[in-house]
Design a protein around this ligand. Structure first.
Ligand code: UD1
Ligand code: MG
Length: 452
């Protein structure tokens, strides 16, 4: 039978070094809060319950937790008295009784489900405590892992470590697994008799050893355990996240001509045989289907792009955009809340908002759907195979029938029936010989000026 698992995420950090009014764990990596990354990793590692410990007054954190996972519980640590004290703020959740408890920090968004699964394996093998360590280039500030053989004897916080102990570079990454059976007894035995006067979670290692329980350390890459404390740290983690995501996409068959210039979101889906030119930003919620090419300098969010479509260069796709198979959106085109059916083309300098564009329709350069009257948004419907001449304004609500034509430069305020030609512009008049008359008049004016 599968073992039950509680993931307990400490998210009470004040984050003063971020110099932000936003709680630290809500700063975003790949366009979702760091806390959401950690919550998602827990699910991927098949943790059935999630409890988040938030600081006092962090309604924003509570909102994010509820949105991310309505089944997660939120517990408030009213005073910041140390990591063990923070864990015990979720006493209710621990008392429910589970096999495995994973204690994680909300500011380490690069954690992988593999590491969590390895921790769970160690617990399943009978360990009461498992700690994830890493070899630090610069260990100062971290708790040091003191081992004897394959046994973890203690974690010595930097503040309490001796000169000798400070030379150890195997460090506590901060995340810990506890067996549900022993967790409360261990946590309740922690006191605050130390340099910082805090209840250190790390003390459970020595306590468990004194009870002859098995305590193990696991190693994970340092990058996975980076905790964000500053904006620089946030940028460093973003870069690592982006690099990993780019590599993953390329390994699944996506071509990136200049991978380091493509920015992805946590939920970006790109199918194989998509080609990405340089400098593309994928905002939240974009799916690109197989065989499509996205050209340079395009910005996409909230869009679904069908197979073999052609987007950009310099395209802007905003939320609610749906491009069907083989459609084309070219340079300096903005599309918002619009469905573009199969094979339709919007090639240049156009705004299409709140619209439906029929299959194989052709939208000329400079077409604008006038969707907003200052109060409400209105819809433009363009039929199959319709042809919109360049520089036309389609004043919504309006519909252009299947196979209809709109003459260039029209302002269309009434529906155009199918297969009809809509012209909405002043008529052209040619005045014979008038050009010569104008030239003569101008020459006379110039001659007069040079006399005076
Ligand atoms: C902690 C570990 C240290 C480890 C390091 C890794 C302890 C005692 N020390 O040290 O061994 O090397 O992380 O980064 O655990 N928190 C609360 N409430 C509190 C105190 C902390 O929610 O009362 C949260 C913080 O928001 C943070 C996390 O717990 O997310 C760790 O606390 P922090 O003060 O950063 O501990 P470190 O000194 O970094
Ligand atoms: Mg810290």
């Amino acid at each position: 039978m599968a073992r039950s698992c509680l993931s307990l995420i400490l998210a009470a950090g004040e984050g003063t070094r971020m110099r932000s009014s936003l709680p630290k764990v809500l700063h975003e990596v790949a366009n979702i809060p760091m806390l959401s990354h950690v919550m998602r990793v827990c699910l991927e590692a098949e943790s059935d319950t999630i409890a988040v410990v938030a600081g006092k007054g962090s309604e924003l954190v509570i909102d994010v937790v509820e949105k991310e996972n309505p089944n997660a519980s939120v517990h408030v640590q009213t005073e910041r008295l140390g990591t063990a004290h923070a864990v015990l703020a979720a006493r209710d959740a621990i008392e429910k009784g589970v096999d495995d408890i994973l204690i994680l920090f909300g500011d380490t968004p690069l954690l992988t489900p593999e590491t969590l699964s390895s921790m769970r394996e160690v617990l399943a093998d009978g360990a009461a405590v498992v700690v994830v360590g890493f070899y630090a280039n610069d260990p100062s500030g971290y708790g040091r892992l003191l081992e004897q053989g394959d046994k973890l004897v203690a974690i010595r916080e930097h503040a309490e470590a001796s000169e000798e102990e400070r030379k150890i570079d195997f460090c506590n990454g901060g995340i810990m697994g506890l067996s549900g059976e022993h967790a409360l007894a261990l946590l309740d035995s922690v006191d605050n008799q130390n340099a910082k006067g805090e209840f250190y979670l790390t003390d459970v290692v020595e306590i468990a050893n004194s009870k002859n329980l098995s305590v193990k350390a696991l190693e994970a890459p340092e990058a996975e355990l980076i905790g964000v404390n500053t904006r620089n740290g946030l940028a460093e983690v973003e870069l690592l996240w982006q690099n990993t995501a780019r590599q993953k996409l390329m390994s699944t068959g996506v071509t990136m001509q200049s991978a380091e210039t493509v920015f992805l979101s946590a939920d970006t889906i790109i199918e194989p045989d998509v080609i990405l030119e340089p400098n593309i930003v994928f905002g939240p919620n974009v799916t690109v289907k197989a065989g499509t090419k996205i050209k340079a300098f395009s910005h996409l969010e909230g869009a679904i792009i069908g197979e073999n479509a052609d987007v950009g260069p310099y395209a802007r796709l905003r939320p609610g955009t749906e491009l069907d198979k083989g459609s084309k959106v070219g340079n300096f085109v903005e599309v918002k809340n619009a469905k573009v059916h199969e094979g339709a083309k919007i090639n240049h300098l156009t705004y299409v908002g709140d619209a439906e564009i029929g299959a194989k329709a052709n939208i000329g350069a400079g077409t604008i759907t006038c969707n907003y009257d200052g109060l409400n948004k209105h819809k433009t419907t363009i039929g199959k195979g319709a042809f919109i001449g360049s520089n036309s304004s389609l004043v919504a609500p309006v519909s252009i029938g299947d196979g209809a034509y709109v003459a260039s430069g029209s302002v269309i305020t009434d529906d155009v029936p199918e297969n009809s030609l809509g012209i909405g512009r002043g008529r052209q008049a040619n005045k014979e010989g008038m050009a010569e008359a104008i030239r003569e008049r101008n020459a006379a004016i110039k001659a007069n000026r040079s006399k005076s």
